[in-house]
Design a protein around this ligand. Sequence first.
Ligand code: CS2
Length: 498
Amino acid sequence: MTSYKLNNKNLSKFTDKVLIPEYDRSTIKTGIVHVGIGGFHRSHEAYYTDQLLHDPANSDWGICGIALLDFDTKIYNTLKEQDGLYTLIVKELDGSLTKRVIGSIVEYLFAPENPIQVIEKMASDDVKIITLTITEGGYNYNEATGAFDFTNPLIQHDFENPQAPKTIFGYLTQALKLRKERGLAGCTIQSCDNIQGNGHMTERMLLSYVNKAEPDLVPWIKSNVSFPNGMVDRITPATSEKDITLLKETSGVDDAWPVVCEPFKQWIIEDNFTSGRPAWETVGAQFVEDVVPYEKMKLSLLNAGHSVLGILGALMGYETIDESVHNEAIRTFLNTYMDKEVTPTLGDLEGVDLKKYKQSLLQRFGNIYIKDQIDRICSESSAKIPIFILPTVNVQLEKNGSIDYAAFVIAAWAIYSIGVDEKGNALNIKDAHGTLLKEKALVAKENPASFLDLESVFGKLKDSKKFVDAYSIAYQNILKYGVEKCVTQMNNKALNNI
Ligand code: CS2
């Protein structure tokens, strides 16, 4: 099939093959600046916003996407060449594909190339909301102390180069300073990352930075900027070459970086927007007073479930999440973890059918068309585990509840961090703390509990004898018998205890 480059000019050529934006993109103003234009932003907020822009009443809410890091050059160049357009390919449960060109990113800036332009954009009067997907690790806090990490060399850089910052904290500070100096209204800073109380976290970390960099700005931020908490959800694996080729061959869309995702999507947001907001509820988002219970549920069941499947699956030599969840022993283990260790920590979730939610997770994980990479799930585990799994462990320890399943997963992660799976193949570990993890993991071979000394990940967990004992037994058992046998034995034991 003849294919055409995806851009404004060619858009009308694709109408009978894929859905395209049915609004005049040239009239859209940017009311939102988004930092971190990776796959997840493009399958989630940019998708919701694209739906919204189909109503001309919403034309003030286009997105300006900011590529913050040097590493983001590729996505910036792609969006620039494609006029901000990209294809969202939804992999339905029956294997069919729904393809839609998304038009909501109407501007894009590359921060390393022109930091002042980015600061000015964030400070522009049209911009009412700055949204973020900067990853769990991007909030720059120390798990052990909970405090902002001032030792980060990039933070030092930002203190010394306020006009050419490298971190989100440097950018936001300068932009808010300009807003204040110019007598403009404040704005909303909205995190879309998987962190419990992500709005609170953003506020706390930003104020820590501002307090040192521009102390006079603190009161203005407190009165003029809001930080809503939110729960975001849509499984978005990394795009493969195969996805790109298939789109080109079956639909004639030559898109250098389409996004693939599952059909499910959820966005639950605290209604706390200081300068107005789009009516995202008209396109499926939910505004609630208190988002905390929903965040807890999602992080400790979906994200933790992913980590369980990812870490155990990686050691067993699997490559994708569906392979892992279709292994009966692992699936039963995950079910028991969710029921016995997570559910008792969740409290009352008004209006949520938890049983159904857990069932739906297994179905979503099991979608064989998604092929979500275990490498993606296990990447940056040192930032994910403290958010996804350890809160459950800490509550269970307080309640004297079961922690054996979580301890097993942590032991498996310690073994995973050595870098070799059970078949002897090298694991592709991507983690900001990869070198340190490997060092600790090698020492742990002789002394398993020493891995828990990593306070920046585990906090004070090593002081719990109950946890250390369960972890140490699991560690020895995994090395001796392998994940599958151990898990099967735990499943049988759980069955006999019913
Ligand atoms: C995943 C998330 O990165 C991970 O470990 O659990 O990216 C997950 O796919 C999304 O949060 C789904 O909403």
